[in-house]
Write a protein that binds this ligand. Sequence first.
Ligand code: NAI
Ligand code: MG
Length: 480
Amino acid sequence: MDVIRHVIDGEETESSSGARFDTIDPWTQQPWAQVALGGADEVDRAVTAARRAFDDGPWPCMGFAERGAILHGLADLIIENADELALADTTDMGKPLSDSRGNDVPRSAQNFRFFADHARLSTGDILPMDTGHHAYTRFEPAGVVAAIAPWNFPLMLETWKIAPALAWGNTVVLKPAEDTPASATILAQLAVRAGMPPGVLNVVHGYGPGSVGAALTADNRVNRITFTGESGTGKVIAAAGAAHLTPVSLELGGKGANLVFADADLDTAVNWSIRAVFSNAGQVCLAGSRLFVQREVYHAFLAKFVAAAESLTLGDPKLTGTQIGPLASEAHWKKVRSYVDEIGAEGGTMRTGGLGDGWAIRPTVVTDLPPEARLCREEIFGPVVVVAPFDSEADAITAANDTPYGLNAMLFTENLSRAHRVAAALKAGTVWVNCFFIRDLRAPFGGVGDSGIGREGGTFSREFFTEPKAVVMAIHDADP
Ligand code: NAI
Ligand code: MG
């Protein structure tokens, strides 16, 4: 069986205790590799290495072009090794290989290319003052970044954190999710091959509470904590950061509202709405998991939507043509199943869906639930969507905003004014109009309410991963 090790100070290493845990392939439900189980010792070694690489190392002092060349080299190696990386994520968490190979891996390479170029081309402000001074901004690297990643887009979300951190001259300790360790170790090996100095990118495997996650967020040598995952975990991590006044960036859960107006192009709305909640088996923080449809088209939309949901192909994530694989782990499958099991008791009607083979859940469409039902309020993180009709635009906005979350929302309409009006009224970090998932890496990404704190992307990542500095200079009138 394969062994997946930590990468600390440029070297692959086991834990000092020798401890390991299994990583499970959720399709076969069997362990497929063993993983070094880190603890306080490995966090100490990794943070020490990252600290040294930052404080004494060349990385923060390199020019943007030199650092950028290494990051572009890493992007090239990601593409060269795309098959291996994609297979690692698919084996670890069951997403279709066509998704990991066609989406996650290319986007991971693009994260490095984009942030390398963005940092190099970035400009600050020059502020001429009436007092005979001028001020300008500098963006100093923050230091050591702790990145704690989830399992739903393992490599893609890890690189979304690592790439801007590194591009701005920081060093990183990454803790991948325990369910998806494999691609992170490959990434760190590729970084060494790309010429990244030792200690700049470290990977430590382990669990969250009482383990690597807790030790890393408690370490006062860490200057930034960036986390993606559950809202409850985000609160624990925010508290750990607060103990040392370490800034945190939290991208947390969601319960995205999807509004389909009667004037929408229904086929466009159906296509995107299907992708919005069933891609990656619904294990997407951005999932459009609350679908509201204007009453005039409710039945017509629902018929097309259910038919499209039933046409999706479930199965072995490694087979061509599979669109939905199993859920990522047994624990997660049990969580999603608990929601499916209570549809009837909550008064809901399952239009299609239910349990699949093994740890799979079929695309599940539920109607007739009261808005206070757990299925309508909590993040399910599976292929389960609740659908309800609405009458007016105002009703749609009220329903969409009736959630503790606010990561994203989407709306479908051919009415230009309505599109802008509703987009402005929705309480969310991102609003998509007549589309979904489309990203510009310069745009702010993050959520309001229980969906998190802060934004990443473009200059927003720069704000978080640097210490912006004002330099104020006096300009003398003449030589003294
Ligand atoms: P989680 O938030 O507990 O785990 C995410 C990462 O945080 C993992 O690397 C984990 O080891 C780490 N972690 C957990 N507790 C920690 C702590 N106290 N200190 C430091 N690190 C810690 O998410 P989990 O348990 O894997 O999934 C539970 C639910 O969270 C899912 O069912 C889903 O609803 C939600 N979730 C949301 C994600 C999103 O993208 N918004 C991603 C993953 C999960
Ligand atoms: Mg957890």
